[in-house]
Design a protein around this ligand. Structure first.
Ligand code: PEP
Ligand code: MG
Length: 923
């Protein structure tokens, strides 16, 4: 004690402030400049504890050591920055004054917790030590004070165990062995049922475990315990668990963690004590009802670890009505203050409620949308804020597979439903059972298998396996267990607490309540929405976007965005779906997809192989009504909205059988004829037919077909083909117009590089269009435009715009031709190595390369509009559905993005985010 005072007297007042008491939040604000700054300096937990103290909520006394101190400590190779420790000692003294207790004083001892707390929540990824301040003398004093030996030695043994694990790196097993031995001795299942004498001797045994494994004794001096625990928490910022989690969650590595040192309050002091966690609304469904779990006579870790089955928070009303009222009032106040749903931790110590934490609650996609909408309806936030709070991934959830109801019924009838647990993270997932995180990761990454991670419970060390898995099942744990929290955050379907599943990690198998045995590697289907676990592989379906809250939020987004959202759709059924999802037009119909249909392909092939123009014309005449029907369907589905139809694009050999297959067939037939194997006349005929196709394929063969006879070049080379397509479009359009359906066809010519290509093609096609309208006696509004898919087209966009009434960036090809990387080979080849090595930061085929491809787009838009005022410009490459790329398209002034129907709702939200300036950083 005398030594501490001497250190305090030497405290250097002039050095940086590293420690803030909870009632010093104003000073922190002044130092950090903003609330965001306070969160960065004190960590989320520390900042919110200080804020709760400012709101006069019941927070135990304590203080925060800053993230800056952590960074300085790590940079100095594990030395506290100058003055920090003296400030900690000063803060301890003030905490002692506030509580009237003293650290290490057997007469009335103060115990403290030492918890990590970074700017962003990283649940369970860093370390915490509770009950600091215990030693033999303090324990004896506390027994005298409380008369509760059980409680005292339970707290003491927890300190020794946590200290051993966190500070000295002693593994869990030897501690668990000691506990198991005592449980067996008394024939009890829970540690909570062990008698006081056992807990006292367990404490001694734990100390021996520590001394044996760490080669140093457990320190009896409380201040030394605090010093070493603080160092350990700082160090845990760079632990593997924390590092992996940050990588997966996109949290920067240079933020550091704060350390919260808080006077302990105890939930395990009898039946009038307890502890719990809750969210101010239901974070699974979003319903406006408090959700959570609590335990009577327990410490916080018991709830989170899920080792004791907790009570639903609704039970609190019956068991502790006064506390229940107080807690609900605090929850409402916190929600109003933060304008956001909160995730709170509380402890009741002998009938007094203490708040230990509040933070913005993590939630499922479904809940995120409902909560944002309802907070806006309740005027707690604006509609724009509600739109901002929902991420594209949240919307995407609604477009993900769920189990097919019929398949689910069938599976149930057949007895495949093997267990039910808590539905903690929605969605359907299918995979092979993997019984540990490493196996799950290996099977998923190396063997490209889908896996479901199945564990008794998960720990932070299991996160890599959870990330690699399609979904997670645990046999223990509750809604707030580690498995549930992590799965929800990463959108992994999860079922926890499936208690009837007996997991045998040694025999690598599961046994169900009915005695059925499933081996590791067997298929499992899990439903995180209902909590059901099925044996086998079940069929999935994609849900419709009919959620009322989602629809409302998307309507708000539509009111904010300026960018149009169109869809890429080839068939009427896609177009109908796209419209239901909110598409305002079709930005790309790839007409060649219609040619690939089984019943059409023979006619297409015959057309390509035709000996002369007359024969070709005959085949084209057969294709015409098919195409006309396709387009009629599209026009009807879009009912007057723009429909952009792209003329045939791929090289013709793509419609013919593969060269290698044909060559093999020819050699086989020749051999059979030589060996007399079969009727020579039939074989001869077959050989002749195959040779004819092979000759045609060889004639059309190119070294670089992607850079060959495709797009506008093909149209110029084989004008009768595109003329047929234009005839089909206009016959369909005129037919629709006559029957009262509004039409707005936009004919799009692909892959043009020069204005002369466009001039030639457009003259030819417009002549056909006029001819059809004349024949039909109707005029329909139409436009001819082009895709910008090669750099030259962007560079001479002003000249191109002379003949094009609209542009659409085909960024799949534009990325390919700008980078000179084959889009078909890239992702399986060196591109993945580039991404791994950081040579490219992101896949340019997924997210627009703004500085290269984007530069060309910007140039194209400017030049095009210089030549043709108000030129309509869109994008129809895959990037049209990528939120970061959508933000870029908004910035360079495109009129619309066009993406797959399933991405339309995501694009509507992303376009609103772009308009609100909510653009993700793309350094
Ligand atoms: C493109 O190149 O971006 C495009 C939309 O066309 P396709 O993918 O059909 O080549
Ligand atoms: Mg293309």
């Amino acid at each position: 004690m005398r030594k501490r005072k001497a250190v305090l007297r030497r405290a250097v007042v002039r050095c940086a402030k590293h420690v803030y008491l909870f009632d010093e939040v104003r000073l922190a604000e002044r130092a950090a400049g903003s609330w965001e700054g306070v969160r960065a300096l004190l960590g989320g937990k520390g900042a919110n504890l200080a804020e709760m103290a400012r709101l006069k909520l019941p927070v135990p006394a304590g203080f925060v050591v800053t993230t800056e101190a952590c960074n300085a400590f790590l940079a100095a190779g594990g030395r506290f920055p100058p003055g920090m420790w003296e400030q900690v000692l000063d803060a301890v003294a003030r905490t002692e004054r506030a509580t009237g207790k003293k650290l290490g004083d057997p007469a009335d001892p103060l115990l403290v917790s030492c918890r990590s707390g970074a700017k962003f929540s990283m649940p369970g990824m860093m370390d915490t030590v509770l009950n600091i301040g215990m030693n033999d003398a303090v324990a004896a004093g506390l027994v005298r004070l409380t008369g509760d030996e059980r409680f005292v030695y339970d707290a003491y043994r927890r300190l020794v165990q946590m200290y051993g694990r966190v500070v000295l790196g002693v593994p869990d097993e030897p501690f668990e062995q000691v506990l198991a031995k005592h449980r067996k001795l008394h024939g009890v299942a829970n540690d909570a049922d062990l008698p006081a004498e056992d807990l006292r001797s367990i404490t001694g045994e734990f100390k021996r475990v520590v001394a044996e494994h760490a080669q140093r004794p457990f320190p009896e001096e409380p201040i030394e315990q605090l010093r070493l625990a603080t160092m350990a928490v700082f160090k845990s910022w760079n632990g593997k668990r924390a590092f992996d989690y940050r990588k997966a969650a996109g949290i920067p590595h240079d933020l550091g963690t704060a350390v919260n040192i808080v006077a302990m309050v105890f939930g395990n002091l009898g039946q009038d004590s307890g502890t719990g966690v809750a969210t101010t609304r239901d974070v699974t469904t979003g319903a406006n009802e408090m959700e959570g779990d609590f335990l009577i006579n327990a410490q916080g870790e018991d709830v989170v670890a899920g080792t004791r089955t907790s009570l639903r928070i609704q039970e609190l009303k019956r068991l502790m009505p006064r506390i229940n009222r107080e807690l609900r009032a605090i929850a409402r106040a916190l929600e109003r203050h933060y304008r956001e749903v909160q995730d709170i931790e509380f402890t009741i110590e002998r009938g007094k409620l203490w708040m230990l934490q509040t933070r913005d609650a993590k939630r499922t996609a479904q809940a995120a949308i409902r909560i944002a909408v309802e907070l806006a309806r309740g005027k707690l936030i604006t509609r724009a804020e509600a739109v901002k709070r929902v991420s594209p991934d949240h919307v995407d959830y609604f477009l993900h597979p769920q189990f097919d109801p019929a398949a689910r019924r069938k599976a149930k009838d057949e007895g495949a439903l093997i267990a039910t647990g808590l539905n903690v993270s929605p969605g359907a997932a299918i995979g092979r059972i993997a019984l540990d995180a490493d196996t799950a990761e290996r099977w998923a990454l190396e063997e490209k298998q889908r896996v479901i991670l199945v564990r008794p419970e998960t720990k932070p060390d299991d996160v890599h396996g959870m990330l690699a898995a399609q979904g997670v099942v645990t046999s223990r744990g509750g809604r707030t267990s580690h498995a549930a929290l992590v799965a929800r955050q990463f959108g992994k379907p999860a079922v926890v607490g499936a208690m009837s599943l007996e997991i045998d990690l040694d025999a690598r198998r599961l046994r169900t309540a009915s005695g059925r045995v499933l081996k590791e590697g067997d298929w499992l289907s899990i439903d995180g929405t209902t909590g059901e676990v099925f044996a086998g592989e079940m069929k999935t379906v994609v849900p419709d976007v009919a959620d009322a809250h989602l629809l409302e939020l998307l309507r708000w987004a539509d009111g904010i965005r300026t960018l149009g959202v169109w869809a890429n759709a080839d068939y009427p059924r896609d177009a109908e779906r796209a419209r239901r999802f909110g598409a305002e037009g079709i930005g790309l119909c790839r007409t060649e997809h219609m040619f690939f249909e089984t019943e059409r392909l023979p006619t297409v092939q015959a057309m390509i192989l035709a000996q002369d123009e007359r024969e070709r014309a005959g085949h084209l005449a057969r294709l015409l009504p098919m195409q006309r029907a396709d387009f009629t369907g599209l026009f009807k589905a879009m009912a007057g909205l723009p429909v952009t139809i792209r003329l045939i694009d791929p090289p013709l050999h793509e419609f013919l059988p593969s060269h290698d297959d044909l060559q093999k067939a020819v050699v086989e037939l020749e051999t059979r004829i030589r060996l007399g194997d079969g009727d020579p006349a039939t074989l001869g005929k077959e050989l002749q037919a195959k040779r004819r196709v092979l000759d045609a394929v060889e004639a059309l063969r190119e070294q670089n077909p992607m850079l060959g006879l495709r797009g506008v070049r093909l149209g110029i080379h084989m004008p009768e083909l595109v003329r047929m397509q234009v005839r089909a479009i206009f016959e369909a359009a005129c037919g629709c117009a006559k029957s009262g359906v509004k039409v707005k066809p936009k004919i799009m010519i692909p892959l043009a590089a020069t204005s002369s290509e466009l001039r030639v093609e457009r003259d030819l096609l417009e002549e056909e269009a006029r001819a059809v309208m004349k024949e039909q006696g109707v005029r329909v509004p139409y436009q001819f435009g082009t895709m910008i898919e090669v750099p030259r087209a962007a560079i001479v966009a002003d000249r191109i715009a002379e003949y094009a009434e609209f542009f659409s960036f085909g960024t799949n090809d534009l990325t390919q031709t700008t980078f000179g990387i084959s889009r078909d080979d890239a992702e399986t080849g060196f591109l993945s190595e580039y991404l791994r090595k950081g040579i490219l930061l992101r896949n340019p085929f997924a997210t627009l390369d703004q500085s290269g491809v984007g530069y060309l787009m910007e140039l194209g838009v400017r030049l095009g509009r210089e030549r043709r005022k108000g030129l309509e410009v869109g994008i129809c490459g895959e990037h049209g559905g990528d939120p970061a790329s959508i933000a870029f398209c908004h910035r360079i002034g495109l009129d619309y993005v066009s993406c797959s129907p399933f991405r339309v709702p995501v694009a509507r939200l992303a376009a609103a985010h772009a308009a609100l300036g909510e653009v993700r950083d793309l350094r």
